[in-house]
Write a protein that binds this ligand. Structure first.
Ligand code: MN
Length: 245
């Protein structure tokens, strides 16, 4: 029995430039997902939707952190298999970022996984921390100390991923755990958000807009004001004490 509640609100938007929206989002009771598909001509939408649905089925069959990781592997296989059987879908792929409420050894946790560059942030006590870890060329350069976060923001190769679902038969998802605290606010988002906005701008919205649905929409609007050059997906998860009534 969970002793906290999660109040989710998500928005996905085509942005100002792209002909279609290849992002996909899902919010259930215990599982929250953002996926950013790629491939064009309908492939990206197919990949992000299939990966999200496969992740949901897999997690529901084993609602643990390990179950979530296994479900990411199943989602990867599902995208590969679908592309293998439908020539029109060859070349599709997708990122995925997910947060799942789990209990392990009696401890309530939020499991965070990602493949690719969709992100999960935690706003706690007014400061923004990234819980996910990008699989991208520039993220590798930042980790190696070769470029700064600021340089990554404008780097010409910032869209090049080192991992995505649907590309290689084996994926190595990043995984982390967070112990939920009342007052925490998590943000899941696609790169269409953080390639337009700085961490300071994202923090500014998350700290000033109380309602999660309004915060999710305000982030999308601000990203569109700053170019909106990609699809933009945001999902805000507010952690609160369970209201037992
Ligand atoms: Mn994108």
């Amino acid at each position: 029995m969970r002793t906290y509640e999660i109040n989710p609100a998500g928005v996905t938007d085509i942005g100002n430039v792209r002909p279609t929206n290849e992002d996909h989002l899902l919010a259930t009771g215990d599982l929250f997902v953002v996926a950013d598909g790629m491939g064009g001509q309908g492939r990206g939408e197919a990949a992000s939707r299939l990966a999200t649905e496969t992740l949901q089925v897999g997690f529901e069959s084993d609602p643990t952190g390990d179950g979530l990781l296994a479900a990411v592997g199943r989602a990867n296989s599902a995208v590969i298999n679908r592309a293998d059987t439908d020539p029109e879908l060859q070349g599709m792929g997708t990122t995925i970022a997910a947060v799942a409420a789990v209990v392990e050894q009696g401890q309530q946790k939020l499991a965070v996984v990602n493949v690719g560059d969709s992100r999960v942030y935690l706003l706690r006590a007014g400061s923004l921390e990234r819980l996910s870890s990008d699989h991208s060329v520039v993220a590798d350069l930042v980790r190696a100390g070769e470029i700064s976060e600021a340089e990554a923001f404008s780097h010409p190769e910032r869209h090049r991923l080192t991992q995505a679902l649907g590309v290689e038969p084996v994926v190595e998802p990043f995984v982390a755990y967070s112990i939920p605290v009342a007052g925490d606010r998590l943000l899941l988002c696609s790169d269409g958000l953080f390639n337009e906005l700085t961490a300071e701008q994202i923090t500014g919205v998350l700290t000033s807009v109380g309602d999660p649905a309004e915060a999710a929409s305000a982030l999308v609007s601000l990203a569109k004001d700053h170019g909106g050059s990609d699809n933009i997906t945001t999902m805000v998860l507010d952690i609160a004490e369970l209201d037992i009534g």
